[in-house]
Design a protein around this ligand. Structure first.
Ligand code: RRO
Length: 310
């Protein structure tokens, strides 16, 4: 009833984890494997292992939202190359998120990951907001053309791009035109809204340590931007490019909205951090209830069917 075909793979339901919380270590990834998530995504990897930024670097905010400046803590891509075959025991598609500091690193990591036969897809992260001195590639259109061109030449897996949130129609069009000229298979919209600032009024202080308190905002607060990016890219991208929606999905209704706006699959970040992997079963149940109430027997019955006013 909730089956999805994504990049030629059949999945049981449209939910899996966003690259971010609960997907860095083998233990965390195995727990995801045993959950109801339809696929497993690994934390964005870099060339070398990284400890990330100083703590506190993640804080829950009211209204199921969050701020983070993790700074890409991860085991390094070689370790994920070893882990991926072990994760196949869970019999789920495996996505690897890659976030090199330089083009050469992305090329090296993606060409080596392409040879891991148990890996199904690569999500190239063009939108990490939290590495000091490294602007988000997805906001630099010239650099994006170069990276996407080079990477898509050597990637032998289904290739996706994790995009930052865009706010202006001109920028949506610029990025969609770049992507439409390549053989990218999917885009993931959106990463956290970069460089928000959250304050603790009692202490008259910022709530996270890195970057003077500036960090990526995730969760409910950013859902309207996630929906807008999915909707706009669905309008502008070639139909064969699939879309993963992410940003503020806390309920089956949120997931319904993303699919109505055009998403093929959906990911969860903040709710996974706050509720843990049991969230997947709850989300599946809730989406099922919405679909039954509306009389939809599958996701295609309402995907990308959002109405606008004449
Ligand atoms: O690790 C992080 O600080 C981080 C990354 Br790579 C990202 O893409 N998005 C985010 O909110 N945090």
């Amino acid at each position: 009833m909730m089956k999805v075909n994504f990049s030629g793979i059949n999945l049981e339901n449209p939910f899996f984890n966003a690259s971010g919380p609960h997907c860095t270590t083998k233990e965390e990834l195995d727990i995801l494997g045993r959950s109801k998530a339809a696929a497993i995504m690994t934390k964005s990897c870099t060339f070398e292992q990284r400890d990330g930024n100083p703590e506190p670097r993640y804080i829950d905010m009211p209204h199921n939202s969050s701020i983070n400046s993790m700074g890409l803590p991860n085991l390094g891509y070689k370790e994920y190359m070893k882990l991926i075959p072990e994760l196949k025991i869970h019999n789920k598609p495996i996505f690897s998120s890659v976030s090199g500091m330089k083009l050469e690193e992305n090329i090296q990591m993606i060409s080596e990951l392409s040879d891991v036969k148990e890996l199904d897809a690569i999500e190239l992260n063009l939108s990490c907001p939290n590495v000091i001195g490294k602007p988000q590639v997805g906001y630099d259109f010239e650099q994006s053309v170069e990276v996407i061109d080079e990477v898509s030449k050597i990637c032998k897996k289904s290739l996706g791009l994790k995009l930052p949130p865009y706010f202006d129609f001109v920028h949506f069009e610029l990025m969609a035109n770049i992507i439409n000229k390549t053989n990218v298979n999917f885009v993931t919209c959106i990463n956290s809204l970069g460089n928000g600032l959250v304050l603790d009024v009692a202490k008259e202080e910022v709530v996270i340590k890195p970057k003077g308190g500036f960090g990526g905002i995730g969760g409910k607060l950013i859902k309207p931007f996630g929906l807008a990016n999915v909707r706009k890219f669905r309008e502008l991208l070639k139909p064969e490019i699939q879309i993963i929606g992410v940003g503020g999905i806390f309920s089956g209704i949120d997931a319904f909205e993303y699919i109505l706006a055009g998403a093929d699959m959906v990911q969860v970040g903040t709710i996974l951090k706050q509720e843990g992997p049991s969230a997947f079963q709850r989300l599946i149940n809730e989406l099922d209830i919405v679909m039954q109430a509306k009389g939809y027997s599958d996701l295609n019955s309402f995907r990308n069917k959002l109405k606008i006013m004449e």
